[in-house]
Design a protein around this ligand. Structure first.
Ligand SMILES: Cc1ncc(COP(=O)(O)O)c(C=O)c1O
Length: 291
């Protein structure tokens, strides 16, 4: 346990220079039986998969990291929080051969409200299709690595500087990939669609949860390749992520989505996702790790 002002890194940290780190974003909520971390194991396992893709040998097991996240919440006495585990290359090498660099692990937690704003959750956000393409899958593994986020940051900056709330990225084929930090869902004629992982999107834990919840709720959920104009023609559009949760999109490239208000499927997805993470749905209680 390290106090905030002492939680620093050296300027020769390998990851500072080259983005050689992998990380996660996780949320803990006040649930029916106390504070619970949503799908903690799935997040930690994804971080370990990301480490593997970058030939980093994790110094801790999945169970140790799960336990450490919970302990950190207990010590900080947080009832709800955002949790950021990160594994990154530190001192020992500053060339591009990273094999002698030590692997550092940190877990940080803080309070974080609605990532795209309360107003966005209620009424929907305005999105711009970025002029930057999602990094290609033959340039980087599909992993949550720190360095690749500079791609998302370019897209996000372009979007917010142009007055939008969020960026949507196409991949190098011109088909829909994902948001700068979210997966994307489209609804057309009552069917729920999301791009496949082959579109270059992150294997989102929330994406998986929302697919499962809507499918169990009776909706047809299909993975499908989409083009830019599909964003203009769909009836409803929303984005999912641990930080963004389920955020409706009301406008893309200055075209109104549907009638400009979050639609019934989006509202239903928001509701059942919240019911799941607050422990109101017994069928998904295995997704909660009580602290
Ligand atoms: C680029 C990107 N896509 C999708 C997601 C959604 O992933 P998850 O639902 O696991 O948080 C995130 C957030 O981690 C992200 O950064």
């Amino acid at each position: 346990m390290v106090p905030h002002e002492e939680a620093t890194v050296h300027v020769l940290t390998h990851a500072l220079h080259y983005g050689t780190g992998v990380f996660e974003g996780i949320r803990a909520y006040e649930a029916a039986g106390g504070t619970a971390v949503f799908r903690l194991k799935e997040h930690i396992d994804r971080m370990i998969r990301s480490a593997k893709a970058y030939c980093m040998d994790p110094p801790h097991t999945s169970d140790e990291l799960v336990e450490a996240c919970k302990e950190l919440l207990r010590v900080n006495e947080f009832e709800s929080a955002y949790i950021r585990p990160i594994m990154f290359l530190g001192l020992g090498a500053l060339g591009l051969d990273p094999r002698n660099a030590e692997i550092n692990t940190a877990i940080i937690t803080w309070k974080w409200g609605a990532y795209l704003g309360e107003e966005g959750v209620l009424n929907g956000i305005r999105v711009k299709v970025s002029s930057w393409r999602r990094f290609s899958q033959d340039a980087f593994p599909n992993a949550k690595a720190t360095g690749t986020y500079i791609n998302s940051i370019l897209a996000k900056l372009e979007a917010v500087n142009d007055g939008y709330d969020e960026a949507m990225l196409l991949n190098s084929d011109g088909t829909l990939s994902e948001g700068s930090g979210e997966n994307v869902f489209l609804i057309r004629d009552g069917v729920v669609y999301t791009p496949p992982l082959s579109a270059g999107c992150l294997e989102g834990v929330t994406r998986d949860a929302v697919k499962t919840l809507l499918s169990d709720d009776g909706y047809t959920v299909v993975e499908k390749v989409f083009h830019r104009s599909d964003l203009y023609y769909c009836d409803e559009l929303f984005m999912t992520g641990t930080a963004a949760e389920v955020t409706p999109v009301r406008e893309v490239d200055n075209r109104t989505v549907g009638n400009g208000r979050p639609g019934p499927v989006t509202r239903r997805a928001q509701q059942i996702y919240a019911d799941a993470y607050t422990g109101k749905l017994d069928a998904y209680s295995h997704w909660l790790h009580y602290v």
